[in-house]
Structure formats: structure tokens, C-alpha cells
Design a protein around this ligand. Structure first.
Ligand SMILES: Cc1cc2nc3c(=O)[nH]c(=O)nc-3n(C[C@H](O)[C@H](O)[C@H](O)COP(=O)(O)O)c2cc1C
Length: 416
């Protein structure tokens, strides 16, 4: 008989109870049980084992568990959860179940070429690292560790913000793509980025107009209404100049981010700003956050060089649509004129395969490498990239695609 595991057995028992129509009538849904049990919303339940080294990692979720074990509660929550009741966060994952891969057998393929070219530069695989802000909360080396890993793996990297730009570029020996978000970047910033040699400006527009920021929940769920960071040794190494943070401060942030009911949301930006920024820089302009055919068409008309289908990993967007569901219409909207990249919810090579088969030129990961960074630094990021590539290789070998260009829509079945 299998050894008794009190936590997982109790969880199984409660899940069984959760399915009961009697409890459903009382308003106790399976999701309520998940919340009570503290199951991470983004995860697909793995067992409770926490890996001690990257060599033990079997898949990306091993890194989520390891990051959770390592990070403080507010940091983990801020990185892991979504906004607006997590609807979009869950939709990102659910979208992958709507497509299945037709796996063929005995094709005799032992090697595949995953390399892709984007803006004339060759990368070893179609998997890139998304911009993630406040990354030193995960690892003190932050972007430097990520840059070393990306360089070691010849992986496209988009860095959030320009604070460590010159250091990162020197370390890589080549400039990174740079990510900005919110309002239109100022001309002085554009000049600095150009001077640093950045080939592409990735402008995230999905938070414009107000997102339901999750910082408040991070403080709330830490079990404190009044977090005296400067007095807490776990916080003051990084936050000593930021003083006291209270839950009510964070709630004001939320209201501020949502904008007032009179429509005075901060950072209002429109397509004329995109056109203006396009005219102000020689860098390739990539819009991150496009999820509709209409906006894809307008982006092309405004001289945008590529789009990223993204909802910030469910971190900003209340739409409730997974990006994989949005991808086909964005691909149709650009009609082959510019590359379409995608991110949000990607956790395996099979996920990556599905997006490529639907027409994406490359796939970005955010949390996956953030978990790797939080748990094992540069090694963790490299292993996350390696795992995703190996899983993609399996899917390619079993569908007969010896190169990325040979991945076709015909190898996917849409679930009815
Ligand atoms: C904690 C966190 C911080 C983020 N910071 C930024 C950022 O500074 N700029 C940006 O464009 N996107 C940011 N994103 C969004 C990511 O670039 C990316 O779109 C998202 O993480 C992809 O979804 P995934 O985490 O499910 O892979 C952030 C996402 C998270 C979860």
C-alpha cells in the first residue's frame, strides 16, 4: 500500500467533498477549497516535494514550488498572482487545453533545429525572456543573473527598464531589447537607449487605462495591515529608504491605478502617441499587449515593427481571454507583414509548440524564468530555458517538424 501522505490525502478528500452538490448548493465551490488550502492559482498541482538543486527539476512547476519555499510571502504573491480575481490568469492556462497536438509515432527524428531569426538576428530557440520589473526582489543579482543565463543560452532577452542597462549590455557583449510600460517614453530616454545600442524598444500598453494592482493583496495576504518594512530585517536590506507601507496606502494605489470614475486615469495614451514615438526613434518598435485583430491592423498602419500578444500574464488585464485564444486573430490582422510574438501562461514546450503552430514567431516566458531565478539564480534560469527547449524538441520530433518553419497548423486539433 502506498505510504499515507496526510497533506495530499486531506487535499484529495476535500476535493472530493468540493464536488458534492450539497456543498455547491451552500456556495462552497472547488475554487473555494483551493483558496482555503492555499493552492497556488497559477500552478497545475504538483506534489509537495521541493527540489534542492536544478538537477532534480522535472518541469517548470518544480521551480514554482522552489521559489515559493524561498521567497517571502509578499514577494511570492506579487510575482505569482493575477489581477481582477485571477480570471485572465486562469484563462491563459485554460487556453492550452483547447488545442491538442497530433503526435505521430516512429518518425525516426533524433535532432531538430529550433533556431529562429528575428529582425535578422539568429537565436537558438523561439523562446525568449519577457521583461519582469522589480526583479531584485527575486534574486539580489536581478537582471545581471538573467543576462548571464540568456547569453549562455543564446536567448533573446527583453529587460524591464533601463536601470542596469549599461551593466547588462557590457556583460552580454551586445545590447538587449528594452522594455518600457505605461505612458509614452520621453525623447531623452529614447536617445539614451539608442546611444546604448538597444535594437528594439518593447512598449507594454496593456496596463494603460488602469490595472487592478496586486501589491495590496501582497500586503494583505502577508497577514499584516501595517508592514513596517524599515524595522523588519527581511525587508530593510532593500526597502530601508521607503519607510512604512500600509495596507491603506496600497489600497490607494489600487484606486489610483484604476483611475477615477470621471475617467481621469493616469497615463492615458493613444495611437497618436505610438505614431509620435515611431517617428522619434530608429529602434525597432514592438508593441506588447495587442490581443485583437483590429489593434493588430492599426499597429501595422502606424509603422510598428512587431507585436507581442500579451495580457501581462494576467497581471494587468481583466479581459478573461487567454492569449493563445487571441493569437489567431492577431496573426490574421497583421497578415504576415510583421512578426507576431506571444507570452502569458507558457509553462511547457508543448505550450510553446501550440503557439508556433498557430503562427507565433516566438514565445515569451515571464514567471517560468522568474521562478528559476528566485530559486537557483542564473542556474535556475538556464535550466528553465533548457527544460522548455527539450520539451519543445519532443513535440517537434513527434510531429515530424525538423525545424521551426516545419511546424504547421495541421498538427493541432481544436477541442470542441
Ligand atoms: C511580477 C511581474 C512583473 C512584470 N513586470 C513587467 C514589466 O516591468 N514590464 C512589462 O512589459 N511586463 C512585465 N510583466 C509581464 C511579463 O513581461 C510577461 O508579459 C508575463 O510575465 C508573461 O506571462 P507569464 O508570467 O505567465 O509567463 C511582469 C509580469 C510579472 C508576473
Amino acid at each position: 500500500m502506498a505510504p499515507f501522505n496526510s497533506v495530499s490525502d486531506r487535499r484529495a478528500f476535500l476535493k472530493f467533498l468540493a464536488a458534492s452538490p450539497l456543498l455547491a448548493a451552500a456556495g462552497l465551490t472547488p475554487r473555494w477549497f483551493d483558496q482555503v488550502l492555499g493552492a497556488p492559482v497559477a500552478a497545475q498541482a504538483q506534489d509537495a516535494y521541493v527540489i534542492k538543486s536544478v538537477r532534480e527539476a522535472l518541469n517548470i512547476f518544480d521551480f514554482e514550488a522552489a521559489a515559493k519555499a524561498k521567497l517571502s510571502v509578499p514577494h511570492f504573491i506579487e510575482f505569482d498572482l493575477g489581477v481582477f480575481n485571477d480570471e485572465t490568469l486562469r484563462a491563459n492556462r485554460d487556453a492550452f487545453t483547447k488545442y491538442q497536438i497530433k503526435m505521430r509515432r516512429l518518425l525516426g527524428i533524433t535532432t531538430v533545429d529550433q533556431s529562429v531569426q528575428i529582425f535578422g538576428v539568429k537565436w537558438d530557440a523561439p523562446i525568449f525572456l519577457c521583461p519582469v520589473g522589480r526583479i531584485t526582489a527575486l534574486n539580489p543579482e536581478g537582471n545581471l543573473a538573467v543576462a548571464r543565463a540568456a547569453k549562455a543560452k543564446n536567448t533573446l532577452e527583453i529587460m524591464s527598464g533601463a536601470q542596469q542597462l549599461e551593466q547588462v549590455n557590457a556583460l552580454r557583449g551586445e545590447p538587449v531589447w528594452i522594455g518600457v510600460q505605461g505612458g509614452a517614453p520621453a525623447e531623452t530616454l529614447l536617445k539614451r537607449l539608442e546611444a546604448a545600442g538597444c535594437p528594439a524598444l518593447v512598449w507594454a500598453i496593456d496596463g494603460v487605462g488602469g490595472g487592478n494592482q496586486i501589491g495590496a493583496r501582497a500586503v494583505q495576504r502577508a497577514g499584516v495591515a501595517n508592514l513596517e518594512r524599515k524595522d523588519d530585517p527581511r525587508c530593510n536590506a532593500c526597502h530601508q529608504n521607503e519607510g512604512r507601507i500600509t495596507l491603506s496606502d496600497r489600497m490607494s494605489d489600487v484606486i489610483g491605478a484604476l483611475g477615477s470614475l470621471k475617467g481621469e486615469a493616469a497615463n492615458q495614451v493613444s495611437w497618436s502617441d505610438v505614431k509620435r514615438v515611431r517617428g522619434m526613434t530608429r529602434m525597432k518598435l514592438v508593441l506588447k499587449g495587442i490581443v485583437t485583430r483590429e489593434d493588430a491592423q492599426i499597429a501595422v498602419q502606424n509603422g510598428v515593427d512587431a507585436v507581442i500578444v500579451s495580457n501581462h500574464g494576467g497581471h494587468e488585464d481583466a479581459g478573461g481571454r487567454g492569449t493563445l485564444e487571441c493569437l489567431p486573430e492577431v496573426v490574421a490582422g497583421v497578415a504576415g507583414r510583421i512578426p507576431v510574438l506571444i507570452d502569458s501562461g507558457f509553462r511547457s514546450g508543448a505550450d510553446v509548440y501550440k503557439a508556433l503552430a498557430l503562427g507565433a514567431a516566438a514565445v515569451g516566458v515571464g514567471r517560468a524564468y522568474a521562478w528559476g531565478l528566485a530559486s537557483f539564480g542564473q542556474d535556475g534560469v538556464e535550466t528553465v530555458i533548457e527544460l522548455l527547449r527539450r520539451e519543445l524538441q519532443v513535440a517537434m520530433a513527434q510531429t515530424g517538424a525538423t525545424s521551426i518553419a516545419k511546424i504547421t497548423r495541421a498538427t493541432l486539433i481544436a477541442r470542441n
